[in-house]
Design a binder for this molecule. Structure first.
Ligand SMILES: [Zn+2]
Ligand SMILES: [Zn+2]
Length: 211
């Protein structure tokens, strides 16, 4: 199921991406599409941080439904950060592909980018879903001693999460830098104390030790 969802997601993303490119006419639409793609990439980073923060700070491995499938991998990752380097591609991205496939397919079948707002929305949807699906792969590259050449190139230009940016999450006090797609939002969110403020607001619910 994970393999089928991953393949189907890639096919739909490519078809939809091609439709967006095909709809570009003139410099205004190029700028609008680029803006949508950057905004979507930021959304993916935010969602990665939100999912990671919930996985680290809430519930535990014995929680019904989510304990073993969602919470346990986050906790295990702190004890054995390199373990995910051994995981295969589908093992890393398959779960997210299952969640991202329905909205991607829906966009492909129903969204016609024939105006600038729809072109922006299409770019945002595509890059947020594609960024979300790639997040665990990007996270793995940040833990690899020798990631593949293209990954190193993207890390070096700050276009995906770099090992240095992610190392802050694995250092004491283990309560910051939750965003793991690009890590662009880590600095502003940590400086503003967003996660801690929400934890304070939620009180006892967010008392889990991420270690
Ligand atoms: Zn974590
Ligand atoms: Zn990590």
């Amino acid at each position: 199921m994970e393999t089928s969802a991953t393949v189907a997601f890639v096919v739909y993303a490519l078809l939809f991406g091609w439709r967006l490119v095909d709809a570009v006419e003139g410099s205004a639409s190029v700028a609008v599409l680029a803006g949508g793609i950057v905004a979507g990439y930021l959304v993916a980073d935010l969602v990665s941080g939100l999912a990671h923060w919930v996985g680290d700070r809430f519930f535990d491995e014995t929680t019904p439904l989510v304990g073993q499938n969602f919470i346990a991998p986050f906790r295990r990752h702190h004890v054995a950060p390199r373990e995910m380097v051994e995981h295969g591609l589908v093992e890393l991205v398959g779960n997210t592909a299952i969640l991202a496939l329905p909205p991607m397919a829906l966009a492909h079948h129903s969204l016609r980018p024939d105006s600038l707002p729809l072109l922006f929305s299409g770019g945002l949807l595509l890059s947020s879903l594609a960024g979300a699906v790639c997040t665990n792969l990007i996270h793995r590259w940040a833990h690899m001693p020798r990631p593949p050449g293209p990954a190193r190139w993207l890390q070096g230009r700050g276009l995906i999460l770099s090992p240095e940016r992610h190392a802050r999450h694995h250092r004491r006090p283990f309560d910051r830098a939750y965003c793991i797609t690009t890590g662009w939002l880590n600095a502003p969110m940590d400086r503003l104390g967003v996660w801690k403020a929400v934890e304070r607001w939620l009180g006892r619910a967010a008392r889990q030790d991420p270690r």
